[in-house]
Design a protein. Structure first.
Length: 279
């Protein structure tokens, strides 16, 4: 137990959790198809009085501006903007950039820690990361379900030190194309991505192996499927240790490593697809 809650394990678990959350935030904030879907789902053209093409043009300019490598000034194609509105969007850009840098730094720290822990043969941080990554989305999801408006207002009061985020549609008509429901969908997607990232990889791998066994003569140990994630080589080693704990004659390492490498390849492909979608 002391080894599990060692300072290094706690730091590494926190770094890995921050990376998962920050990556989920960055992907969601840049995931334009979500907004494209909400334009029709929330009937934004009707509520804003603007044609769909004009709405999408202004939204795309806003997302481009918020990127770390985006333009330094924001100019909407067709929408007016007050001085306080401009200041708020500058602060929003800082939030976007913060999460992008957080994902980068925590990702590098996590990678270095994973390599170090691999040689020290201490994977306890994965358990702590799993607890944090599952617990945080569940708690925040419950709060959002109970009262989204309160969570939304509280978030803005914590992140911003002014009330410039309270827009007047007469001077900042951009607020008419960014309804509260869209931000709620973003929050839910962030929580879902964080939860899915850690849970579904393992669960999906085991389930796929069980389904595969229905159609092949030579059965596959379903535990090997759990190694099909990008955390190389720790997940393969954990599967080997768990297998031998149940049966000392289990030798799953080489098979698990094969699935582990496949998980890395799949992660690269998925990352390429996501980058293609958000740009």
């Amino acid at each position: 137990m002391k080894k599990l809650f060692s300072p290094l394990n706690l730091v590494l678990a926190l770094a890995l959790t921050l990376f998962i959350i920050a990556a989920a935030v960055v992907v969601t904030l840049n995931f334009r198809p979500l907004y494209y879907l909400d334009v029709d789902l929330l009937n934004i053209p009707a509520s804003s009085g603007l044609p769909k093409d004009e709405i999408l043009a202004n939204y795309n300019v806003l997302i481009d501006y918020n990127s770390l490598f985006g333009p330094q000034t924001l100019e909407f194609p067709t929408l007016a903007m007050s001085e306080t509105g401009r200041i708020h969007f500058e602060e929003v850009k800082n939030v976007f950039v913060f999460f992008e840098l957080l994902a980068l730094v925590s990702g590098l720290l996590s990678a270095a820690g994973i390599v170090y822990r691999h040689f020290r043969k201490n994977p306890g941080y994965l358990l702590l990361t799993g607890i944090l990554t599952v617990a945080l989305p569940v708690v925040l999801g419950i709060l959002i379900a109970l009262n989204w408006q309160t969570v939304f207002v509280l978030f803005h009061r914590i992140v911003f030190n002014n009330d410039y985020w309270i827009f007047d549609a007469a001077t900042d008509p951009v607020i008419t194309i960014l309804p509260d429901a869209f931000f709620m969908h973003c929050a839910l997607l962030i929580l879902a991505l964080g939860l899915i990232a850690f849970v579904f990889d393992t669960f999906g791998g085991v389930l796929f192996a069980k389904v595969l066994n229905l159609f092949v003569r030579k059965k596959v140990n379903p535990m090997i499927g759990a190694a099909g994630i990008s955390a190389f080589p720790m997940s393969a080693r954990i599967i080997q240790k768990m297998g031998q704990k149940e049966d000392p004659q289990n030798f799953l390492l080489m098979h698990a490593v094969g699935a582990n490498v496949s998980g890395q390849i799949a992660s690269v492909i998925a990352g390429g697809i996501i980058l293609n979608l958000i740009h």
